[in-house]
Design a protein around this ligand. Structure first.
Ligand code: FE
Length: 198
């Protein structure tokens, strides 16, 4: 490890492993430092604000909403979001009768291009187990109370397919601009632990 640049500044085993892996990939000509930098730049562009733009567009444009439900990746790309290298994106539409909650039961699979890095709790064993067992109880901990008649469906995000939720547009937002609408859509609304409100 002493041959690695700045090795003495690395603190955790994970950091040391990352630097060693990058050096090995670069030495073998599998990736260039520029490609790694480009990938990091693209990943860092991902944030809940990107998903919120999609939701706001879907709330105001029926054609876009139809595209988003049919092909989330194409809908993201239509708004200039870079989806290259990301698994396909599926979008789950919430209604008054049907509510979706997204979890990765295995690890932390998350649509990073449109929601950014997953929140810490999304990766926790507690959320991953309890979301499946007691979704109504789990979302209740966010203060989300749905009518008894609303069915809750838990959907597993995987390495091969990532999911986001298209929440119900709240009442009282009639006539709002896309920007105003996007501003009320939170990360949790697109995972399904919360619902947007005004
Ligand atoms: Fe995962």
């Amino acid at each position: 490890m002493s041959a690695l640049p700045y090795a003495d500044l690395l603190e955790t085993d994970g950091e040391k492993l990352l630097v060693a892996l990058r050096a090995a990939l670069e030495a073998k000509g599998i990736v260039t430092p520029q490609e790694v930098a480009e990938r990091i730049r693209i990943t860092d562009q991902g944030s809940p604000a990107q998903g919120a733009r999609m939701v706001a567009r879907a709330w105001t444009d029926p054609e876009y909403r139809a595209l988003m439900l049919k092909d989330g990746t194409a809908a993201a790309e239509a708004l200039g979001i870079v989806m290259r290298g990301a698994p396909p994106l599926g979008v789950l539409e919430n209604t008054a009768d049907l509510h979706h909650l997204v979890v990765c039961t295995l690890c932390s699979c998350y649509p990073r291009a449109v929601l950014g890095y997953p929140p810490f709790w999304f990766k926790s064993a507690a959320y991953r187990a309890r979301a499946v067992r007691d979704p109504r109880g789990v979302i209740g901990e966010w203060g989300t109370v749905l009518p008894e008649h609303t069915r809750i469906v838990v959907v597993d995000s995987t390495a091969d397919y990532r999911w986001m939720v298209l929440p119900v547009r709240p009442a009282g937002t009639e006539g709002w601009s896309e920007e105003q609408l996007a501003a009320i859509v939170r990360e949790g609304d697109m995972i399904g632990v919360t619902v947007p409100g005004v």
